[in-house]
Design a protein around this ligand. Structure first.
Ligand code: SF4
Length: 347
């Protein structure tokens, strides 16, 4: 399935019909079930959906970090590298090329930075090691440890850590949650990645620090021209951060398009329900998606047909029998919904 690319320049990343399954004792969980989207160079792409909708598994697949018993069963993850598209889904997860891409060209900012830093080395030492490992990304000249430390201090300054010369020598457990998250962003930027994946990066920090971290990511994106995939369950955060948005549900893309179009003229019933949960747009207080009736189905009881049909207020007879394709429904938006077209996926 190949949705048309919505922008003129060449994509940095193309995910096509990606499927990731987990073979568990109780059955097969199709965590990602035919997901397709593009990321353009320097673009901030928001990926939104409830927990369990496959956002994080999709991102781990892009980094070839899907934990056993999960595996990529089909699809492509094409990443532009030295002018050519490399299919990450076909690369050995521990091979040299994948190691160079992971951390070097695509970096991850995880939800909980405490787990990402080792407690027995200072954060500065860990960032210096990452810089030395991918030192070619800082130019032709071979970097020494002193150069790498200077770069680390500069990155700490860039991410707004005061007294950077002293703080590089701190251990992660000596830093506050907000400083740890900033140090994690410095770590992610240390290899000058072309794509940054931020997986709910403000979940573990307080509201004031959240706003600062979002502002910081916006500044850094502009300064380094790094593309960002920003994963969140909160469309309010998407409105602040992203220019383009992908809405996911049960491992599939329900709708995608520019943020303005999606916010002002959502086409998919699931997107409409998500939008009604944002305060200010509906006049209601935000609660955990109260406007969507029913609960997310159990992973072993995935509904046949359109995955959203048991909760959809607009469901028709056909919706329980066939899976709608993701197709253009306006010049800018794609949606997988029979309200807008008749085409179903092949069985
Ligand atoms: Fe609702 Fe049918 Fe559209 Fe699915 S295909 S979102 S069930 S109307």
């Amino acid at each position: 399935m190949t949705p048309p690319t919505p922008m003129a320049t060449e994509p940095l990343l193309q995910v096509r019909d990606l499927r990731v399954s987990f073979a568990l004792d109780d059955g097969l969980v199709r965590a990602v079930d035919g997901t397709s989207f593009d990321v353009m160079p320097g673009q901030v792409l928001g990926v939104v959906g409830e927990s369990g909708c496959g956002k994080s598994v999709t991102m781990r697949a892009i980094l070839q970090l899907v934990d056993r018993p999960g595996r990529i069963t089909s699809g492509e993850i094409r990443f532009r590298r030295d002018g050519e598209m490399v299919d990450i889904a076909r690369l050995p997860p521990r091979g040299a090329v994948m190691r160079d891409i992971r951390g070097g060209e695509i970096a991850l900012i995880p939800q909980e930075p405490m787990a990402a830093f080792s407690p027995v080395h200072t954060v500065g030492e860990q960032i210096v090691e990452a810089i030395l490992l991918h030192s070619h990304r800082w130019g032709e000249k071979k970097l020494g440890r002193r150069d790498a430390r200077d770069i680390t201090v500069g990155l700490f300054r860039d991410v707004g850590i005061s007294m950077p010369e002293q703080r590089v020598d701190a251990y992660s457990w000596q830093l506050s949650g907000g400083l740890r998250q900033r140090a994690m962003i410095a770590m992610a930027l240390s290899c000058k990645p072309r794509l940054l994946i931020a997986d709910e990066p403000t979940t573990a920090i307080d509201v004031t620090t959240q706003a600062q971290v979002l502002g910081l990511l916006r500044e850094l994106q502009a300064k380094y021209d790094t593309a960002i995939i920003f994963i969140t369950h909160d469309l309010g955060v998407i409105a602040q951060m992203a220019s383009y948005v992908v809405v996911m549900y049960l491992g599939r893309v329900m709708e995608q398009g520019p943020v303005d179009d999606i916010f002002h003229a959502p086409k998919h019933p699931y997107t409409r329900a998500l939008l009604r949960s944002i305060p200010g747009l509906s006049g209601q207080t935000r609660v955990a998606l109260p406007v969507i009736s029913g609960a997310l189905p159990h992973p072993f009881n995935r509904p046949a047909g359109c995955p959203f049909h048991p909760r959809c207020p607009d469901a028709m007879e056909r919706c329980a029998a066939a899976v709608p394709r993701l197709l253009p429904v306006t010049p800018n938006q794609l949606a997988s919904c029979f309200l807008h077209h008749d085409e179903a996926e092949l069985p």
